[in-house]
Each structure stands twice: as structure tokens, then as C-alpha cells.
Design a protein around this ligand. Structure first.
Ligand code: CP
Length: 307
């Protein structure tokens, strides 16, 4: 049995197989519509979510399985003081696999250590969001046709944005990746990521607070929301929340084939006038999330479908 806690839990070959399965499911979803019959997915969400929880549930239902779970800590016995370790011991009797989102970094790892079913990290604090990374990789591979040789601009809250941390860790594995990290000084990527991942592996990157000057260089622009829920001080959030707003005017300087991604939810950082631009791929990205989660559930449950 295997869990998915960090994007690096998957070897390059396992990741490649998973993406191939996601693409196969996207092409012929009906072929997979009964393969998880009799299996149950538990979604344990201690933090708000729209896409991750519902796409996990849609994924399991699309595979012919069933779902159960809770969507807030308040509606679970966490509100009475139950630990994650005790909760997962019990959920292991009720479900075959579970996806857990928690505000505390490391909580899904703790769950995996006390679980007898596969545990998937559906986002832990400002740390990691590996299934968003899988979604991003499937989107990039499907829409750009490759994962190597890309210049990726991450823009916004690079300090608290767990989707950014996870995707950087995944993309450094592909040859000739280059990052442009666009953020206010206070929201730069954490030092551990800069030192232990980028510097340690000699990955080319540039840090800037000017989106417009670097936009023409990008193959992918990955916009992110300033993570209100991670700030200790509301004044800081208000000061920083609109640091970057992508609009039609700014996009005039971007490449015709640049891809605009965003893990969503969006607040102000992408003007709605951009939604109809052919480069805007963030809603397609949310759709790819269902197919890669179908692939992940099948893989962790050891279920295969043959022709
Ligand atoms: N991208 C993402 O994690 O969205 P939700 O918070 O809505 O799940």
C-alpha cells in the first residue's frame, strides 16, 4: 500500500504512468466507469474546498465507487478534540482510501502513519498540495505537449502558496526548466525551497516584483491568490492582496502560446476580462483535476483496466 503525501512520493516513472493513465481516462472515460465498484473514498476536509473535495468525489463516482466524509472540522469529532491519528484509525474501517485536507502542515503524514488504507494529501497548510500538482502537470502536458524546456512564471503569494511549492518540486525533475518567481518581497518563496531545491540542484531562476517586464519570456504564467487564511495580520493581507492583477492590457506583451494557469479560487488577481482569452486555461485545469484524481485513486487501490 502506498500513500501520496508529497509530489516526490512518486518516482519519475510512476508519475509518467499516472499522467498516461490520466490522459487515457480523459480520452475514454466510459472504459473506467465501473472499475471501482464496491470501493469507498472518504474525504476528510478540515479546511474549506470546492475543487479538490468535489473533484475527488466526482472522480470516485465516475469510477463507479462511493464517497463519504465531512467538509469541515466543525462537522466532525475534531470539534470535540479528536486527533487526526484516532480519526484515521476509525475511517480505515469505513473506507478503502481517503483524501485529507488539514490546516496543519504534516497532518496528512501523521494520518498515513496510523492508517491501514491509502492516504492522499489534499493540501496541508502552506506546505504541499500534490494532487493540484498532478492536475497542473496533466494540464501542461495536455495543452503544451511537453513538460521539459519550459519557462514558468509563478506570480503572487509564493510564500504561503502550497500549490507553488509542490509544482516547483515536481518541475525541477524535467530538463531545461526555468522559473521566474514574481512576488512582493514579503511573499517570496520560502528559504528552504530556494536553498534545498533550486540552489542545490542548480535550477535557473530569477526573482522579481515586476510582472510586466518578465511576461514576454514565459511559456506558462501560474497566477496565485494571496492566501488570506495564512496571514497573522489583516493589515498585511490588505496591503498585499492586490499586488498583481493580470488584465488584457498586460497580456499584450505575452506570447501568443503562453498558458495562463491558476489553481483557483481566484479573487482579484486575474481580471474576468481575461477569461475569454485563448491563453486562459484555468477552468480547463480544474476539469483535468477530475481525470488525474481518477487515475490516482485507481493506482493507489491497485486497480487496472485492460482492453
Ligand atoms: N485548487 C484548490 O485546491 O481549490 P479548492 O481550495 O477549492 O479545493
Amino acid at each position: 500500500m502506498k500513500h501520496l503525501i508529497s509530489p516526490l512520493d512518486l518516482s519519475p516513472d510512476e508519475l509518467s504512468d499516472l499522467l498516461a493513465l490520466g490522459e487515457a481516462i480523459y480520452s475514454s472515460p466510459e472504459k473506467y466507469s465501473h472499475c471501482c465498484q464496491g470501493k469507498k473514498l472518504a474525504t476528510l476536509f478540515y479546511e474549506p474546498s470546492t475543487r479538490t473535495r468535489l473533484s475527488f468525489e466526482a472522480a470516485m463516482l465516475n469510477l463507479g465507487g462511493s464517497v463519504l466524509g465531512f467538509s469541515s472540522a466543525d462537522s466532525s469529532s475534531a470539534a470535540k478534540g479528536e486527533s487526526v491519528a484516532d480519526t484515521i484509525r476509525v475511517i480505515s474501517f469505513y473506507a478503502d482510501i481517503c483524501a485529507i485536507r488539514h490546516p496543519k502542515e504534516g497532518a496528512p503524514l501523521v494520518a498515513s502513519m496510523h492508517s491501514s488504507i491509502p492516504v492522499i494529501n489534499a493540501g496541508d497548510g502552506g506546505h504541499n498540495h500534490p494532487t493540484q500538482t498532478l492536475t497542473d502537470l496533466l494540464t501542461i502536458k495536455s495543452l503544451k505537449g511537453r513538460l521539459d524546456g519550459l519557462t514558468i512564471g509563478f506570480c503572487g503569494d509564493l510564500k504561503f502558496g502550497r500549490t507553488v511549492h509542490s509544482l516547483i518540486n515536481a518541475m525541477v525533475r524535467y530538463p531545461n526548466t526555468r522559473f521566474i518567481l514574481i512576488s512582493p518581497e514579503e511573499l517570496r518563496i520560502p528559504a528552504y525551497l530556494r536553498e534545498e531545491t533550486l540552489d542545490a540542484q542548480n535550477i535557473p531562476y530569477q526573482e522579481t516584483n515586476n510582472l510586466e517586464t518578465v511576461l514576454p519570456e514565459l511559456d506558462i504564467l501560474y497566477m496565485t491568490r494571496v492566501q488570506k487564511e495564512r496571514f497573522f495580520n489583516e493589515e498585511d493581507y490588505i496591503r498585499l492582496k492586490d499586488s498583481f492583477i493580470l488584465d488584457k492590457r498586460k497580456l499584450q506583451n505575452a506570447r501568443e502560446d503562453m498558458l495562463i494557469l491558476h489553481p483557483l479560487p481566484r479573487v482579484n488577481e486575474i481580471s474576468t476580462e481575461v477569461d475569454n482569452d485563448p491563453r486562459a486555461a484555468y477552468f480547463k485545469q480544474a476539469n483535468y483535476g477530475v481525470y488525474i484524481r481518477m487515475a490516482l485513486i485507481m493506482t493507489l487501490l491497485g486497480i487496472t483496466v485492460t482492453d
